[in-house]
Design a protein around this ligand. Structure first.
Ligand SMILES: Nc1ncnc2c1ncn2[C@@H]1O[C@H](COP(=O)(O)OP(=O)(O)OP(=O)(O)O)[C@@H](O)[C@H]1O
Ligand SMILES: [Mg+2]
Length: 311
């Protein structure tokens, strides 16, 4: 099946500096992929190139199998790029701004008001539509930037650090918007240098460092490889040190570490051994109230990369 986005052997140089070095990855429809790397890693350069705002020195990018370099005009209709900063526009209201860009993407006069209302409502900006743009908070600006990106109903969204500067509640709300867009079938590439920010929403991650992709894959496949053993999370009503002591005596328990008010357990054994583990805890008068597979998050994943566990 043709991927929605395929980046193939992308290289971009600025003089002596290779900002992106032979990068390849892909994103499918309905998927959210995190694009993660430290400052200066090459995220924005890659994203701008996907969005036809820059031209690679080598390689190509395909949207629904069609080359971005050969068909830049078509690409612009199929993708929405949210840059890391929204330009400032004096004397413009939110509505005027969106109406202007709706015109710029070629929406007819008949369709424009409804489409602008739709994106305002999706991003929950409806009530603010008469606010001047230079009076918006960071969170409002980010929402407006997303609203603008959605005007032409693109199949692929390229979002450059959309959650930067948002407060915790706004981050959660932003994640919900992203999830809703993916469930509509849109593919989403979202950059960040904060791993935990993306761990909740991503189907896959592409990790870039100094222009090169150092890791790429689906989160569940990457996390599966961290340990060959089962990872469990257990929390009991009793204090965590009592749980820890009990676990130390139970066969199959290889390693434990405290996380929040429970323990993450690396366990060797099949499902019946896991059931026995639960029973053994109860026999020791511990009362488990949480007992489930522990899902490694991206933060752990990244740490394991640097330890080289995934080699
Ligand atoms: N127009 C340009 N001219 C010269 N160098 C550039 C240009 N654009 C980017 N670079 C350089 O390319 C490298 C990659 O930059 P890029 O903006 O892609 O990184 P990034 O991963 O987006 O970083 P950040 O997390 O800080 O946003 C950096 O070393 C940067 O200085
Ligand atoms: Mg950047």
């Amino acid at each position: 099946m043709t991927a929605l986005l395929e980046v193939r052997g992308l290289t971009r140089k600025f003089g002596q500096l290779t900002a992106v070095n032979n990068a390849s990855f892909s994103v499918g429809a309905g998927e959210i992929w995190g694009f993660i790397g430290p400052n200066g890693a090459g995220k924005t350069t890659t994203m701008r190139t996907i969005a036809t705002l820059d031209i690679p020195d080598q390689g190509d990018i395909f949207i629904e199998g069609r080359s971005v370099l050969v068909e830049p005009q078509r690409t612009r209709q199929r993708i929405g790029f949210m840059p890391d900063a929204l330009g400032t526009y004096a004397d413009t209201t939110i509505y005027e701004y969106l109406d202007f860009f709706a015109r710029a993407v070629g929406l007819s006069q008949e369709l424009r008001p409804q489409r602008v209302r739709e994106v305002l409502s999706f991003t929950d900006l409806g009530k603010l539509c008469d606010r001047m743009m230079d009076s918006l908070s960071k969170g409002m600006s980010q929402r407006l930037c997303l609203a603008k990106t959605l005007l032409h109903d693109p199949a692929l969204l390229i979002l450059d650090e959309p959650a930067a500067g948002l407060d915790p509640r706004a981050r959660v709300e932003f994640r919900e918007l992203i999830r809703a867009l993916a469930s509509q079938g849109k593919g989403i590439l979202i950059s960040s240098h904060i791993l935990s920010e993306l761990s909740e929403v991503c189907d896959g991650v592409v990790v870039i460092e100094k222009g090169s992709i150092v890791r790429e894959g689906r989160v569940h496949e990457l996390t599966k490889n961290i340990s060959e053993h089962e990872m469990l999370f257990i929390r009991t009503l009793e204090p965590v040190h009592e749980l820890e002591r009990a676990l130390a005596e139970i066969p199959g328990v290889l390693k434990t570490r405290q996380e929040k008010s429970g323990m993450v357990v690396e366990f060797q054994g099949e499902e019946d051994a896991i059931a026995d583990l639960l029973q053994a805890l109860v026999q020791r008068n511990l009362r488990p109230i949480e007992f489930h597979w522990h899902k490694a998050d991206l933060e752990e994943l990244f740490l394991s990369f640097t330890e080289g566990n995934l080699q």
